[in-house]
Design a protein around this ligand. Sequence first.
Ligand SMILES: [Zn+2]
Length: 233
Amino acid sequence: MKDFIKSLLAILVLLLSCAAFMFGYSYSNLQESGFLEYLRHRQHPPVADAPPAVSLQRCAGAPFVLPTGGWVGVLYGDTILGTFNHSGLDIFGANGNGVTPVYATYDGYATRYPNWVSAVVIRHPRDPLRPDRQIWTYYAHMADATGHSYIVDQIPPGTVELKVKQGMLLGYQGDYNGYSWREVSTHLHFSIVLDNGEGLFLNEMERVNTIDPSPYFGMCLRSNCADRSAVCR
Ligand SMILES: [Zn+2]
């Protein structure tokens, strides 16, 4: 019996040191990335300091409208828990699931794979900033944690190349997180994804396959932007 308690204690100590290490490691990375502010925001959404993004806002000279409203909490290139190089923008609406609309940022053709619960991708045959190439915009987390989708009925699973106009409603922000171990709060993940040269989008989770969205919105929205706010530059 004593041996059993000893092993139990040993396991407990091991687990605690693992947790402490993980926290210490994450914490140092989080500080660099503004992620502490993100955690604060998760606890008190309405009190975030930076001015929030305004749905459909378009800066002078920029081609895209903002896809949704809320606090732009995680920018392009931000590091989360030291393991993830953020490939887009996370915009957190303050009002919970199924409330804050998500819109197409630019004219294109929308596709939703048959097994896509929360995501839509739009093909833009001409990159407005580099018309010689095709790009894609990707919108995710438009469902609740149980998989109830908030994507509009016009874009059911299996949709292929539906023509969409800039500003068309795609769905609403949610907190669906697929199979990831990380819990998320209600937001939109948005990224601009490169084409593989054969008419398909590359893996949007890898930052090298994506583009800094800043010039498309006329805002500074990458990790080294000091004030981290959605204002026209
Ligand atoms: Zn994201």
